[in-house]
Design a protein around this ligand. Structure first.
Ligand code: PGA
Length: 236
């Protein structure tokens, strides 16, 4: 496990973007696993800046996102597809056809879960998976549970997750209660994992996840078993 402390959010974002940028330079046709949430926004902003300077080329990159809310369309401003398009994809030279986010409007969610797992295997797996962490230790929307859910699945969001995400919606009632998320197996099979955590409120859960017992009660704790985990953090 490679723990990298940063001095502030900008520093965290630059360091995380450096890791992603190195991946794209070393393997231009890599598969990046991407994440949404507040934490990666600065990382994406930095990547866009370097792209504009001509330092990174995304033309051969493929991306797979961790999760999507059930019931939100891609043009809903709270959907994760919308988030990715607006915070990254439309600002870089990635081919939008090579960007994948689970379909929150799928008619048959079980089928969509299978499709997503097959897609990841067909792509040859994920070279680098970027992750944020929830206050309850979730990664993607893998919420605390009695067992680790391996494959892409539908989750009922934790009350704490709904509360945390309510800040993005007009009212808490608008926060979807269900989501579709990549499972622990796909995340663990990524060749490299980059976990980013910023702010004093993430200190406790990062300590539990990285130094506490490995338990599905803290889904991120499984990352202790990942052979190539980098954690970039700042608790200021
Ligand atoms: P945050 O979310 O980056 O908005 O804190 C992280 C997560 O819930 O995975």
């Amino acid at each position: 496990m490679n723990l990298i402390e940063s001095s502030d959010y900008n520093d965290l974002s630059r360091k995380a973007a450096n890791v992603i940028s190195a991946q794209v330079i070393l393997k231009p046709d890599c598969v990046l696993g991407l994440a949404t949430g507040s934490t990666p926004i600065g990382t994406y902003r930095q990547l866009i800046e370097w792209y504009n300077k001509g330092d990174i080329d995304f033309s051969k990159v493929t991306t797979v996102n961790l999760d999507e809310y059930c019931g939100l369309s891609p043009d809903n401003s709270q959907s994760y597809r919308y988030f990715m398009n607006h915070n990254l994809f439309r600002h870089i030279n990635i081919d939008i056809k090579n960007t994948y986010v689970p379909n929150g409007l799928a008619k048959d969610y079980e089928e969509e879960c299978r499709r997503y797992d097959n897609l990841i295997s067909k792509l040859g797996g994920i070279d680098l998976q970027l992750l944020g962490i929830g206050h309850n230790g979730h990664i993607g929307f893998n919420e605390p549970d009695v067992s680790f859910e391996k494959t892409t699945h539908i989750v009922h969001l934790d009350e704490s997750t709904i509360q945390a995400n309510a800040r993005f919606f007009e009212t808490i009632d608008e926060v979807p209660k269900k989501a579709i998320t990549m499972g622990i197996k796909s995340i663990m099979q990524a060749k490299k994992v980059l976990l980013i955590a910023g702010g004093p409120d993430k200190k406790g859960i990062i300590e539990r996840a990285l130094h506490g017992p490995v338990t599905p009660d803290v889904p991120a704790s499984i990352l202790q078993f990942h052979p190539d985990l980098t954690v970039v953090y700042c608790f200021e």
